[in-house]
Design a protein. Structure first.
Length: 179
């Protein structure tokens, strides 16, 4: 049962990212399907912060669809560096709090890494929804760290997906920021 669900989650996740890079509003449908499937997988594998992140992704799939419809896919202006420093500081502090809570209150398998990828992904997703081009820099780091998280939990196809995501985030950065 796990392997077919993981294959579906990976395929829909790839569809989401490919459509996102192209600026297609339909990316959010694939994001919704991927999030629902990964929610179940993460709960099963005791990756609790990532499970909560998948619930967030379900909500943001709707939010992203509605926002992109209004903006018609027009990129926002880049944020000032001071905003990014604030985001990193805030997300870093929330990561430590989340890791402490996961370590203290649950049987989470890898609380610090789970918290890092989850907290930073929330911020990166919000940047993505509002078409802030630098969202791709966050995703490059998050996706690279996620590879280790999923290998550690035995979700090898998902780890492979995050190898692809890392490359796709690099490509998204080139498409959205450098070109």
């Amino acid at each position: 049962l796990l392997l077919p669900l993981e294959v579906f989650a990976v395929a829909s996740g790839l569809g989401y990212t490919l459509l996102l890079i192209q600026g297609s509003v339909w990316c959010w449908l694939f994001g919704l399907l991927s999030a629902l499937t990964f929610l179940w997988l993460c709960m099963y594998k005791r990756i609790y912060a990532e499970s909560a992140l998948q619930v967030f992704y379900v909500a943001t799939a709707v939010m992203g669809y509605l926002n992109w419809g209004k903006s018609q896919g027009e990129l926002a202006d880049s944020l000032p560096w001071s905003w990014h420093l604030g985001i990193v500081a805030t997300a870093g502090a929330l990561t430590l709090v989340s890791a402490y809570l996961l370590r203290s209150l649950t049987n989470a398998a890898v609380p610090l890494i789970d918290s890092f990828t989850t907290v930073f992904a929330v911020f990166a997703t919000l940047l993505m929804i509002y078409l802030v081009p630098e969202n791709w820099v966050y995703w490059i780091v998050i996706d690279a760290v996620s590879i280790y998280l999923y290998v550690k939990r035995g979700l090898y196809l998902t780890a492979g997906l995050f190898v692809l995501y890392t490359g796709m985030a690099l490509y998204g950065f080139v498409e959205w920021v450098l070109l």
